[in-house]
Ligand binder design. Structure first.
Ligand code: AP5
Ligand code: MG
Ligand code: ZN
Length: 219
């Protein structure tokens, strides 16, 4: 299965990606998580991406597309993958579709986790993340078992560098201007599955699984 996840910042893409990737046995590839890891490790890629991410802006297409194309060249994604946070511009969408076509493959679905901006503004201040394994928590809606520690790996949880109010506003604006056109792009290709992301985490997962189970079995 080849699936992409669309949705505003904080929609729950990363949260749901963990469940989808487990159920279908496909690698979860989050461009945001890859950038964050590189920033933490101080790599060249991290240095290139940092100022854009901190301001809530997109990392330029040439950097991001190269990164994803290299990742999709690896052996573990031959049978499928779940892309979280890519594509995010019309151009990224075109490049991905061209690449999939060239490889004689198909994209199964573009899942849109839809959440209005008012919900996002309320959700963001409560998010905590594990920098070690990428898991995402929420002080109120998805607290870890032990306060301040990751359930999966025990590392300390932290706030995300781009979750302050100013960056969130910028990310919402960027989403509206640069990513929302992709909704229509995938709708025209009859690949869009709209999910109500305002419900509880478990209810959102259920809706995703129900909608994915209606797809034809491509491979
Ligand atoms: P990225 O990391 O992709 O950020 P994003 O799209 O802004 O999305 P988030 O990761 O913030 O949110 P999410 O939807 O994963 O939500 P989560 O599950 O954590 O990208 C970061 C930056 O990298 C970008 O700004 C850009 O600079 C750069 N970048 C990345 N990809 C790029 C690309 N393709 N091109 C160019 N630049 C790129 O959930 C959020 C919170 O809500 C958590 O606290 C969670 O516990 C809680 N929650 C989840 N679901 C629910 C629910 N149903 N009810 C209540 N709370 C919930
Ligand atoms: Mg995420
Ligand atoms: Zn962890």
């Amino acid at each position: 299965m080849r699936i992409i996840l669309l949705g505003p910042p904080g929609a729950g893409k990363g949260t749901q990606a963990k469940f989808i990737s487990e159920k279908f046995g496909i690698p979860h590839i989050s461009t945001g998580d890859i950038f964050m890891r590189n920033i933490t490790e101080g790599t060249e890629l991290g240095k290139k991406a940092k100022s854009f991410i901190d301001q809530g802006l997109l990392v330029p297409d040439e950097v991001t597309i190269d990164l994803v194309m290299n990742r999709l060249d690896q052996a573990d994604v031959e049978e499928g993958y779940l892309l979280d946070g890519f594509p995010r511009t019309a151009y990224q969408g075109e490049v991905l579709c061209r690449m999939i076509r060239k490889g004689g493959q198909v994209l199964d679905a573009a899942l849109l986790i839809d959440v209005p901006s008012s919900y996002i503004r309320e959700r963001m201040p409560g998010r905590r993340i594990c920098r070690f394994c990428g898991a995402s928590y929420h002080l109120q809606f998805n607290p870890p078992e032990e306060v301040g520690l990751c359930d999966h790996c025990g590392h300390e949880l932290a706030e995300r560098r781009d979750d302050h109010a100013e960056a969130v506003e910028e990310r919402l604006k960027v989403y509206e201007e640069q990513t929302m056109p992709l909704i229509e792009f995938f709708e025209k290709k009859k690949l869009l599955l709209r999910i109500d992301g305002t419900k509880e985490i478990e209810a959102v997962t259920r809706e995703i699984f129900e909608k994915l189970s209606t797809l034809e079995n491509h491979e």
